[in-house]
Design a protein around this ligand. Sequence first.
Ligand code: SAM
Length: 273
Amino acid sequence: MLHVVATPIGNLADLSPRAQDVLRSVDAICAEDTRHTRALLGHFGIGTPALALHEHNEDVLSERIVARLLGGDSLALVSDAGTPLVSDPGFRLVRAARAAGVRVSPVPGPSAVITALSVAGLPSDRFAFEGFLPAKPGARRDALARLAGEPRTLVFYEASHRIVDTLADLRAAFGDARPAVLARELTKLFETVLDGSLVDLHAQVEADPNQRKGEFVLVVQGAGHDDDAQLAEGRRVYGLLSAHLAPSAAAKLAAEITGAPRKALYGTGTSDG
Ligand code: SAM
């Protein structure tokens, strides 16, 4: 049997008891980075051997690993963080194992995409996970232009050194007013979830170097929601009222008048971190 085991995206206490049992009981663990995985195993006192399976050797190694599985070994597959195969190696091994008739069984757990969606407060019954955008600016802008009309909530992974440029490109492709959430360092010490329009988020991340550190998931509301117009109207009314009232009172009134979410009207909506 091949167990596909999700591991924490930050907080080590998120490694489930079943994941610990499986990692302890298998003959070996296929890991993206064995040093990283040994540190995790060490934390839980698990001594199972780890072997490296990453994007550069997965094609070659999959056959050998499947042979071990067919020979009766029980193995686990993990990645550095979260759920294997989600913007991580593993799909070739899983495909090869399934093709050979090996049982592949999941041990579910954290994944940054679902973790971010769970706190974003954006429509989540349907969403499109886009993983990492292309690193090259031209290709990234082309990809975003193709997504501008997508009605489902969009989820992106992004690296810290590209987050400001990506927010600028998102503004250009989707418009300044599109509601979005930037989830940073989830489950870690500096966990921060910022919400607002794309222009708000861009301004906040540009202004504060701390908001450019760590790991990011960007959740962007889909196109064509009436909410966009409602939010724009809410912001306009908030702008007028806030010249005369305290921000909280102005936001409360503007929300009542326009139906826009009160929190989004502060313009710099933020939660802890
Ligand atoms: N397999 C992983 C999963 O299930 O989420 C994703 C692996 S991908 C190589 C790593 C990316 O996931 C990071 O660049 C970041 O975009 C996102 N990510 C992982 N951990 C995160 C965290 N704690 N907070 C925010 N984003 C995170």
